[in-house]
Design a protein around this ligand. Sequence first.
Ligand code: SF4
Length: 384
Amino acid sequence: MLNLSNNKTHKIVPDDILQKALSGERLDGDDLLILLEEQKEKAGKKIIFTADTLNKKINSDKVSYVVNRNINFTNICGLNCKFCGYKRTKNSKDAFLLDYDKIIEKISDGIESIGIDEICVTGGINPELKANPDYYFNLVKIVRNNFPKLHIHAFSPQEIYELSETTGMTYAQVIEKLVDCGVNSMPGTAAEILAEETRKKICPQKINTTKWIEIIKTAHMLGVKTSATVLFGHLESSGDLAYHLSIIRQIQDETGGFTEFIALPFISAKTSLRKSIERNELIGENKVFKFYAILRLFLDNFKNIQTSWPKIGVPAALKSLDCGINDFGGTLMEENITKSAGGKFGEFLEEKEIINLIKHAGKIPVRRDTVYNYIYEKIYNKIL
Ligand code: SF4
């Protein structure tokens, strides 16, 4: 997937690569690695400027967002990912598994208070649910029965794998059953980093890369769209990132099933992985911006690249809109996972606030649904 030739890297300079990207020519693995390895500040600025120019060609000044809420139904988890501050064991004081009434209450609250279009449903890999896989299917059925029009964005490839293991159904059968119950799309999380060696270091019990790819492609083949993600700023090398992005781009070529790419910087404060990373190696704002820009240049088959305000903060998320980013993400309402890892940038932004922030950044806010159909594009001023 990643084809790095030996005699090419010394001939190409970043300016050539940027020119290539601007002219619409596809960047290859060598180009990507050169951009990722580039450390000079001036070159970083050029990369960002080029990504911004390219993004404007594709998306003009439109910046989309979604009005949604997270439903994290359990924080009890039998896995032990080193970057995670969210998981709890069954006996932890703050461990929880939500019952359906509580979930319905949370959704009703989201609809009544901010008019959510989507719920994003994920949780820990709760060992108790292995004996009760129907919890997942019935959860979706009950939500669908109560909220016929709500978009249900639910269950990561890891959760699909666990359901397949416990029920004996194939990945395709699990996904089809979830769709029958009411699922509309899936988060492309649990990807973390797809370079196997590093993956084993940061999330040794998670599904391997081959299984992640198989589950994602199965979803796409069944017509279920997913997001695509990467966790960066931990132990990974530039080669790992190049490998990851090459896999994602290739899947998109094959299936067209990814709606957007979301790059998630590692939030370290309350995680065990933090101890393995020197303070001066923690990723800073400028590296995040440069990485976002490289995504725009390399992922030529993605229209939508999303920033992450809970992870980098609102001011940085606004600056990232000039680095090749065209999506601000969601209102979220109760963002638990980043907060548990030590994230300090909040868990909810009102729609009105998002609109004003985007406008203040000189962009045009566009409310979208989960699969990037634009709503309120023409009347966004009226909802202020
Ligand atoms: S990232 Fe998810 S699967 Fe991994 S330990 Fe945390 S809750 Fe469990």
